[in-house]
Design a protein around this ligand. Sequence first.
Ligand SMILES: [Zn+2]
Ligand SMILES: [Zn+2]
Length: 128
Amino acid sequence: MEPNTLVCKLCGQAAAVHWQRRLTHEEADQALHAEQSRRDQAAALADPTMAAPDFGPMPNPQTYTITVCACPTHAIRLEFAALIHQATCTAPSADDLPGCNCTPEQPPAAEPEMAAAVALPDHWQPSA
Ligand SMILES: [Zn+2]
Ligand SMILES: [Zn+2]
């Protein structure tokens, strides 16, 4: 982690809010590269008398997000900050505040509420 990740991306002031953004191709390449060197290092350090470490398939960096921080002045709206933004999102950008230039991903549909109003069968009631 870089030491300055908790400052506003636009002005460098202390960050008050943050949201998630998908990785650009460049960042995705870096993430894969970092993962590969982590594996190479772990493999090099592994006990040669043991079975080679199995790291599984490489992760898909398209599922990663990175955190974007902003100060109170440059914060996007709360409902936008709750969503994952596209890799192309430039927020916080003075031109678009308090919105952004992308269409954030919609959250997965909420679980349907259990029908709380339905009464339990009589023989399921705790005995008094
Ligand atoms: Zn700022
Ligand atoms: Zn956005």
